[in-house]
Design a protein around this ligand. Structure first.
Ligand SMILES: *Cc1c(COP(=O)(O)O)cnc(C)c1O
Length: 435
């Protein structure tokens, strides 16, 4: 399979290059030249298969021709050491719980798969220099990427995070690991961290000396494996006879997760309609309504992993549907919620249905409710993180002390180690050249 850039100015690239470089030379995002379609009968047979077996079918269809298929299967199986169960919430609303991985967020799936696939290509290529993964985080991404890449030979990860602006629970997930993970505590905001990473990728001289890559959802190996759990969710609902008219709702920030769902749809997964749920960062909601896309600086909300003012995967969605606003708006509906609405939903669902939503899942639950399902339809929203990851916010809203799962407590016992750095690029560059 060859991959092209959404900007159409860079040459086609193979999977190995796409994974190791992340971004095309023209700064566009890579897209596969064709989308493999999975036979209807194969999809129908998934209800009798395990998550790993289902994911292997999807992975082989995409990546099988570019690598050894046994090696690919091992990567898939090793990535999916946890389940993504579908849980009933109320009426015909179900949730796909994506928070049973090592850092309790859906990003574990893509991060682990990308780490293992990069490791495979680096070994195959026989690279004798370490590849450096740079990742800027406002909280969740850093933990998932650091844990995904922990101990992978040939790769060093630098996590840049804004000093004092990520929660202690999030911070310990990438500052206590050691080995090939270095945490950089930046004297600045998340935007400053992101600007440093961007400047590093743009700096020709730096790139000549050290191989740099990104583990953001711009990387094909990070966002595409997220299609696995859409198929797995379908299989679980199919077992209960609930998959015929499926409406899928995704809490969205950079739109990597929903883009993976749209890929699953294009591969033949029978999803009737999608909903993108936003917080007050609503550029996509506006695009659906007006056809105009006006990126702007993000605003802070309770659902902070969705505080994105210019979603990077928007370019992929446009490309998937040939830039047709009409097609996009007929397949996807949008909803947006304020902090007050998020809090109301969390309280209502907790007291009435005894389900503990996190602030991101709350946007999605509410959107599915406001969409007004028809009796024959099944609504499925993605729960993207465990509520304990946002303990301060959740406790405040529910006036409760929610328990921290053991997996998270373990991180909190580790010793924090990070390197303080300023937000100026020259200092960061000098640091990378010495590291
Ligand atoms: C990253 C994240 C999102 C947004 O996912 P995108 O793929 O960026 O749209 C939603 N919820 C949580 C908890 C996240 O960590």
């Amino acid at each position: 399979m060859k991959y092209y850039s959404t900007n159409k100015q860079a040459p086609l690239a193979g999977l190995e290059e796409v994974v190791i470089k992340s971004l095309a030379g023209d700064k566009g995002l890579y897209m596969p030249e064709r989308i493999p379609v999975i036979d209807k009968n194969v999809i129908a047979s998934m209800k009798d298969k395990s998550f790993r077996e289902i994911a292997d079918i999807v992975a082989q269809a995409f990546f099988g021709e570019d690598m050894d298929s046994q090696a690919l299967r091992e990567i898939v199986y090793d990535t999916l050491s946890f389940e993504t169960p579908v849980v009933h919430v109320n009426d015909n609303i179900y949730t796909l719980e994506l928070f049973h991985g090592p850092t309790l967020a859906f990003k574990d799936v893509g991060a682990r798969f990308m780490a293992r696939l990069s490791g495979y290509f680096i070994r195959r290529k026989g690279l004798n220099r370490e590849v450096n993964v740079l990742v800027a985080t406002s909280g969740d991404t850093g933990g998932a990427v650091a844990n995904g890449f922990l101990g992978v030979p040939g790769i060093h990860v630098f996590v840049l995070y804004p000093k004092g602006k990520v929660s202690p629970i999030q911070e310990c997930q990438f500052t206590t690991l050691g080995k090939n993970i270095t945490a950089l505590e930046i004297e600045g905001t998340f935007d400053d961290c992101q600007a440093l990473v961007k400047a590093a990728f743009m700096d020709r001289e730096l790139n000549r000396h050290i191989p740099l890559t990104s583990a953001n959802s711009i990387n094909v190996a990070r966002f595409l494996p997220q299609a696995f759990y859409y198929f797995n969710a379908y299989a679980q609902l199919d077992r209960e006879g609930k998959a015929d008219e499926l409406i899928v709702c995704v809490p969205s920030g950079n739109f990597g997760n929903i883009t993976a769902g749209l890929f699953a749809y294009k591969m033949g997964l029978p999803i009737k309609h999608f909903i993108a749920a936003n917080n007050r960062n609503d550029v996509f909601f506006e695009y659906l309504k007006t056809g105009r896309y006006n990126p702007r600086p993000s605003v802070e909300t309770y659902a902070n992993a969705m505080d994105v003012g210019d979603p990077s995967n928007f370019a992929r969605i446009l490309d998937l549907f040939g830039n047709s606003h009409e097609q996009i708006a007929s397949l996807i509906s949008g909803y947006r919620y304020t902090n007050e609405q998020i809090a109301d939903t969390m309280r209502h669902v907790y007291t009435t249905h005894r389900y503990l939503l996190d602030p991101h899942g709350a946007c999605a639950y509410q959107a599915l409710t406001d969409y007004r399902l028809k009796p024959a339809e099944t609504g499925l929203f993605l729960e993207t993180a465990h509520p304990a990851k946002f303990k301060e916010t959740v406790d405040l809203i529910l006036n409760a002390g929610i328990e921290i799962p053991l997996k998270l407590q373990k991180f909190m016992k580790g010793k924090k180690k990070s390197i303080p750095l300023g937000k100026d690029f020259e200092g960061f560059k000098a640091f990378l050249r010495k590291a």
